[in-house]
Design a binder for this molecule. Structure first.
Ligand code: UT7
Length: 325
């Protein structure tokens, strides 16, 4: 049986030049390298420069992904950009990227699912491709969380960073088996009852300000592992595959303890886990494509490898994507 699959044909990422270390942070708030490393695994994060916007990071990552895929920008018909830190309330940051790439055809729009944004955007691209609405998508996760942090709140400002990652996703033909390249299954969830546990205390319709990130860290932590493992088990049920079959586990990079606990619960061998949180902090929607690009560049992820992506974040939103690279 011939089926349409959405296959990743290239990836790229971009990080702002400025690095903020844990020691730098300990001069700004009452914290220490020891506390941050022990509770999160993070040692440093990148911070966007003055005037450097989410679209700038996204555009740089997109150009690298296009080059990696061997595609010209004109080959792209749909741009889906996941972000919770757009340049402006509107228009969508995706259209700024579209203009930057010199594309005047097709569609460009943003997706807002906070840390799960990339999983939501990739799943949307897959649905567009399989329905025939799109053939070649640029899927981007890009954030400048440094702009919405309260730099006096030590419980949040040490956790996040800025960055962007992108993938080119193209329609390809498969036979409908788990050996096909491309997205094999994806599972999205949300539960708005948890919306006040991780949120920004401002917005156009509520305060007419941008606001700052607020989080009940313990509460998020408490739900994270269960939600992550649920959607991964959904992917196993849908395909008959198991943790043993995975080549790589590429989780959202929020906290090393959450990543390790999820992998343990799912019996995923530690050597299969791609972890970049130590160098990037939590870059929200950018964290999975940043991790993907890191592991592709250093030679870990190769064509035909089986990858499990997962994320959980504000909303709460959560989801998984199982794909063959
Ligand atoms: O994509 C989803 C995004 N969010 C997350 O993934 C966050 C999930 N949550 C977490 O990762 C953890 O809850 C944190 C890393 C945020 C916090 O770790 P924790 O082990 O849950 O610590 P806690 O909030 O229970 O705080 C323990 C202590 C408190 O002091 P007392 O009350 O015990 O005296 C905090 O005030 O640590 C204190 N604390 C800090 N100390 C030094 C909180 N932040 C800091 C800090 N430096 N930066």
């Amino acid at each position: 049986m011939s089926v349409i699959r959405s296959t990743v044909t290239g990836c790229g990422s971009f990080l702002p030049e400025k690095i903020l270390t844990n020691d730098d942070l300990s001069k700004m708030v009452d914290t220490s390298d020891e506390w941050i490393v022990q509770r999160t695994g993070i040692t440093q994060r990148h911070i966007a420069g003055e005037g450097e916007m989410t679209s700038d990071l996204a555009l740089a990552a997109a150009r690298r992904a296009l080059a990696d895929a061997g595609r010209d920008a004109q080959d792209i018909d749909t741009i889906i950009l996941a972000t919770a830190t757009p340049d402006n309330t509107f228009p969508a940051t995706a259209v700024t990227v579209q203009a930057g790439l010199g594309i005047h055809h097709g569609a460009a729009f943003d997706i807002h699912a906070v840390c799960s944004g990339f999983v939501y955007a990739l799943t949307t691209a897959d649905a567009y491709i399989r329905s025939g609405l799109a053939r070649r998508c640029l899927v981007i996760g890009a954030e400048t969380f440094s702009r919405i942090l309260d730099w006096e709140d030590r419980t949040t400002c040490v956790l996040f960073g800025d960055g962007a990652g992108a993938v080119v996703v193209e329609a390809s033909e498969g036979v409908g088996s788990n050996d096909d390249r491309g997205i094999l299954t994806s599972h999205l969830r949300s539960d708005g009852r948890h919306k006040d546990k991780l949120y920004v205390d401002g917005g156009p319709s509520s305060t007419q300000t941008v606001g700052h990130l607020r989080m009940e860290g313990r509460e998020v932590y408490k739900h994270a592992v269960g939600m992550i493992t649920d959607v991964i088990e959904d992917a196993y049920k849908a395909t008959g595959l198991t943790s043993e079959d995975l080549t790589w586990f590429v989780p959202h990079q929020a906290n090393k303890r959450i990543i390790d606990a999820s992998a343990r619960k799912l019996k995923i061998a530690p050597e299969k886990v791609v972890t970049t949180v130590q160098l990037h902090g939590n870059t929200s929607a950018a964290s999975i494509p940043l991790a993907l690009d890191t592991a592709v560049r250093d030679g870990r992820i190769k064509k035909n490898d089986l990858l499990m992506l997962e994320a959980m974040g504000g909303g709460f939103t959560w989801g998984s994507v199982l794909l063959r690279w």
